[in-house]
Design a protein around this ligand. Structure first.
Ligand SMILES: Nc1ncnc2c1ncn2[C@@H]1O[C@H](COP(=O)(O)OP(=O)(O)O)[C@@H](O)[C@H]1O
Ligand SMILES: [Mg+2]
Length: 224
């Protein structure tokens, strides 16, 4: 359960989020809205990358501001640009690196990394140079580096922006198969058909919160 209680945020005195109250228990939730509406700021609060300047956020009752470490174990975050998340030379090493603090042997880390890669579309890529993967494969790699830690929640901020149609579909399919709660920030409205809940932001406020068809209709009217 992700809770936003009276959450607001200002950057340099300029308010960009205001009075956000949400209790997100559904498995698949999306944030949509215009550029600058506050989606990334809100998403980043879930794992404490941004701290609210008003109100608070709770992830299963834990406040990311007070206990960022605990929350970051539960919440994986995928950024738009996967290059910024790749830290090791090969795909296998990159995923294994996520497990460095788990007290596992090197062989076990490698085994788990290879297993996660195989399960999410990168079978046989463990020894492949990470930076030479395609954009779509890098996005999957970033996903694998998070999933290997088996978080409860996965927050993805415009993860398909750089992908072609095929990779976009593949990534969406991978997301669909996850047991994790997924919070997806996106402009790809066609990914949202089977989501449980779509939250529309405008000017830092929640202006619609509904099942996908109704929320998307509201959003389309808003930008007309
Ligand atoms: N680090 C930052 N410093 C100052 N302003 C920021 C920063 N990050 C975002 N903003 C501003 O906050 C507003 C909301 O940004 P953001 O949450 O990134 O919106 P979205 O993801 O919906 O495009 C925008 O006006 C943006 O310019
Ligand atoms: Mg954004």
């Amino acid at each position: 359960m992700i809770e936003f209680e009276g959450v607001g945020h200002s950057y340099d005195g300029r308010t960009v989020l205001d009075g956000v109250n949400l209790r997100l228990a559904e498995q698949r939730v999306a944030f949509v809205g215009a550029n600058g509406s506050g989606k990334s700021t809100l998403a980043r609060m879930i794992n404490g990358l941004v701290h609210p300047t008003r109100g608070r956020v709770l992830v299963d009752g834990v406040d990311p501001v007070r206990d960022g470490r605990t929350v970051r174990h539960r919440v994986g975050f995928i950024f738009t640009h996967p290059d910024s998340q790749i830290v090791m030379p090969t795909a296998g090493e990159d995923v294994a690196f996520s497990l460095r603090r788990q007290g596992l042997s090197k062989a076990e880390r490698q085994r788990r990394a290879a297993e996660v890669l195989a399960r999410h579309g990168l079978d046989g890529y463990a020894d492949h140079p990470a930076h030479q993967l395609s954009g779509g494969q890098k996005q999957l790699l970033a996903l694998c580096a998070m999933l290997v830690l088996d978080p409860d929640v996965l927050v993805c901020d415009e993860p398909t922006t750089l992908l072609d149609l095929r990779n976009k579909r593949h990534f969406a399919e991978v997301l669909r198969g996850l047991r994790q709660q997924v919070v997806l920030v996106t402009h790809d409205l066609d990914l949202l058909g089977d989501f449980d809940r779509v939250v529309v932001l405008d000017g830092g406020k929640v202006v619609a919160d509904d099942e996908p068809a109704a929320a998307i209709r509201y959003y389309r009217e808003l930008v007309r």
